[in-house]
Design a protein around this ligand. Structure first.
Ligand SMILES: C[S@@+](CC[C@H](N)C(=O)[O-])C[C@H]1O[C@@H](n2cnc3c(N)ncnc32)[C@H](O)[C@@H]1O
Length: 220
């Protein structure tokens, strides 16, 4: 049976083999050494090296932030003049300088709390959200797309004009349709697989830049 493979998907099946593979994993060990909370932190760093999406002074919203690796990197990149608001349905150990909202992004009350905490528009929304993995490829892919759609509708509420959305997607047959949906709201939509993603991984990171603002442009 085909299953979604991603770092976090794999963690749904914690076995002795998975634990020992993880200990040997280069980025896992590097994250431990550099006091980053996740190996995923390197994916954001690599994406930023390539696409320069977060700049000093940026206001960043990190969706699906727990345990906090991306938030640590976002805080470093946005600097003391920037702001980072993180949200997750799982608790996150506090990070100094990062405001955290506990809640499900599919719920209006969570969206409202993030917007209140942000206190203005965002320059960029980053989403590394992953569904709980069931092991059924189509189900997991559809759940990932659902989260991506929530990341998009959230972004439409908070992004400034020409703002950016970075979103993780598990590949599958709804992927192209999602890209088309993004293109209604953003000038440029690019897909990227950072080196820190495992080779067998089904995850893709989509970088959508140049938010049109004020609702969708009409499609011809
Ligand atoms: C791969 S982890 C994120 C890792 C994080 N980027 C880091 O570097 O530490 C995915 C996260 O998405 C969160 N998530 C999944 N569905 C969510 C939802 N509906 N609302 C909020 N968070 C969600 C999960 O709780 C999980 O913590």
């Amino acid at each position: 049976m085909k299953t979604i493979i991603s770092d976090d998907a794999l963690s749904g099946y914690v076995t002795k083999r998975w634990l020992s593979d993880r200990k040997r994993d280069y980025y896992y060990r590097k994250a431990k050494k550099e006091k980053l909370r996740s190996r995923a932190a390197y994916k954001l760093l690599q994406i930023n090296d390539r696409f320069s999406i977060i700049s000093p002074g940026d206001r960043v919203v990190d969706l699906g932030a727990s345990p906090g690796g991306w938030s640590q990197v976002a805080l470093e990149l946005a600097g003391s003049t920037g702001k980072v608001v993180a949200a997750d349905m799982r608790r996150m150990r506090p990070i100094e300088g990062v405001e955290f909202v506990l809640g499900d992004i599919r719920k209006g009350e969570t969206v409202k709390a993030i917007i209140e905490s942000l206190g203005g528009s965002a320059d960029i929304v980053i989403s590394d959200m992953s569904p709980n993995i069931s092991g059924n490829y189509s189900t997991d892919h559809a759940r990932s797309i659902e989260l991506c759609e929530h990341a998009l509708s959230f972004s439409r509420k908070v992004l400034r004009q020409r703002g950016t959305l970075l979103v993780k997607v598990f590949e599958g047959d709804l992927y192209r349709e999602y890209l088309e949906h993004l293109k209604r709201y953003f000038k440029t939509v690019k897909a990227h697989g950072p080196k820190a993603s495992r080779q067998a991984s089904s995850e893709i990171y989509v970088i959508a830049t140049g938010f049109f603002g004020d609702g969708p442009t009409e499609i011809a």
